[in-house]
Design a protein around this ligand. Structure first.
Ligand code: AMP
Ligand code: GLY
Length: 424
């Protein structure tokens, strides 16, 4: 079968690498892709906002499955257009993608379905939001309702900071995404990510991971899209995962279906492990980046079969198996990230993959045959190990084999788990 993958980041390189390994994959196309993805797929120039062009590409290349990597085309309804044209898609409908596209939608759904999450208020004006702060205590959690490229959440330590942030949000700092703001109760605890696949009815757990959102070592500095991740997240024990399935994932999938918006694809739950048990922070309607890189490194078996079963509503009876090994990925970013990253810096991968590590490309491009940086997060250097400590050693050995003078990375990815492993 021919497959079309949409996206251009490290997440999509990991998906391309795994899709291309499938015996069911005759030919993989990717749009727009990147130089790493080009090693696995034929790149086609396609604008994902042009639904007609994507459908035409699907027909012209006899595509049997479209895999949509990022959230924007999902929230924009691309999967609906493709399904209407008879093309199987891995990814939720526009209505179902509201689980990521509108924080207020998700909070209301949690309330209707009794799903554990932070208390909240939805507000639609600065006056309403400022008055609603009375109902919360510091630190204040303020969220632009819509998609804001991971930047729409402000945690304000004081009331004055919260009021200033609300003024920014309603003043257009996040564009349309901030036309509504959700104010939430602050939850204390450790964060972990849990993934499930569903076809709208059947659900299978699809692994756990922990991300590192801050740019600097020791979790300092501004938030980023993620500076590294590892999988599994042992803190999400089998017992906790069963609880997350029962209390969070299953009621979500059931309620979405009952209300006429069946969810199909990957459901990525950001969780806070609180003293009162796991609570939902947010949903994403796609794989995490860089969490996908560590999940794909551990996934055993045929990703095409699993995704197709999901797309065609036959997930019942399908199982996903992951290696018991730990996978860890270190993000190498261009200096300046998450502000303005330096573009064009030369990269030499050397023999970084010699010991079995895998270097996924995120923001790279080729300039006159030279690999250069072309984005904030540039490379995802990924390795497996017996545990997180070993995977960390292997990943940093690969990082050290790469020459990327205009780049940087955190040196402590995996620290929480390495600490726990040292104590055991
Ligand atoms: P989100 O984009 O909703 O995942 O939020 C970004 C980050 O803000 C999360 O990864 C958490 O670290 C933090 N956060 C979001 N909501 C809360 C909350 N209610 N309590 C504490 N921290 C939160
Ligand atoms: N790494 C966080 C995300 O993909 O949303």
């Amino acid at each position: 079968m021919n497959i079309l993958l949409l996206g251009s980041g490290g997440r999509e390189h990991a998906l391309a690498w795994k899709l291309a390994q499938s015996p069911s994959c005759t030919k993989l196309y990717a749009a727009p892709g990147n130089p790493g993805i080009a090693e696995e797929a034929e790149l086609v120039p396609l604008d994902a906002t042009d639904h007609g062009a994507v459908i035409a590409c699907g027909r012209a290349n006899d595509i049997g499955l479209v895999v949509i990597g990022p959230e924007a085309p999902l929230v924009d309804g691309l999967s609906d257009s493709l399904r209407a044209a008879g093309v199987p898609v891995f990814g939720p409908s526009q209505a179902a993608a509201q689980l990521e596209g509108s924080k207020g939608f998700t909070k209301d759904l949690c309330e209707r379905a009794g799903i554990p999450t932070a208390g909240y208020v939805r507000t639609a004006s600065l006056g309403e939001a400022t008055a609603a702060l009375d109902r919360f205590a510091a630190p204040f959690v303020l969220k632009a309702d819509g998609l804001a490229a991971g930047k729409g959440v402000v945690i304000a330590e004081t009331r004055a900071e919260a009021e200033a942030a609300l003024a920014d949000m309603f003043g257009g700092a996040f564009g349309e995404a901030g036309a509504e703001v959700v104010i939430e109760e602050f939850m204390a605890g450790e964060e972990a990510s849990f993934f499930a696949l569903t076809d709208g009815t059947s659900i299978i757990p699809f692994g756990s991971a922990q991300d590192h959102k801050r740019v600097g070592d020791g979790d300092t500095g501004p938030n980023t899209g993620g500076m590294g991740a590892y999988s599994p997240a042992p803190i999400l024990t089998d017992e906790l995962q069963a609880q997350v399935m029962r209390e969070i994932i299953e009621p979500t999938v059931r309620t979405m279906a009952a209300e006429g918006n069946p969810y199909s694809g990957v459901l990525y739950a950001g969780l806070m492990l609180t003293g009162d048990g796991p609570k939902l922070i947010e949903y994403n309607c796609r794989f995490g980046d860089p969490e996908c890189q560590v999940l794909m490194s551990r996934l055993e078996g045929d990703l095409v079969e699993i995704m197709l079963a999901c797309a065609e509503g036959r997930l019942s009876g399908v199982e996903a198996h992951f290696s018991p090994q730990a996978a860890l990925t270190v993000v190498m970013a261009a200096k300046g990230y998450p502000g303005t990253p330096e573009k064009g810096g030369a990269i030499e991968l050397g023999d970084s993959e010699a010991q079995g590590a895998k270097v996924f490309h995120a923001g790279t491009s080729l300039k006159d045959g030279q690999l250069v940086a072309n984005g904030g997060r540039v490379l995802n250097v990924t390795a497996l190990g017996r545990n997180v400590t070993d995977a960390q050693v292997a990943a940093y050995a690969a990082v050290d084999a790469i020459s990327f003078p205009s780049g940087f990375c955190r040196r402590d990815i995996g620290w929480r788990e390495v600490e726990r492993e040292r104590q055991n």
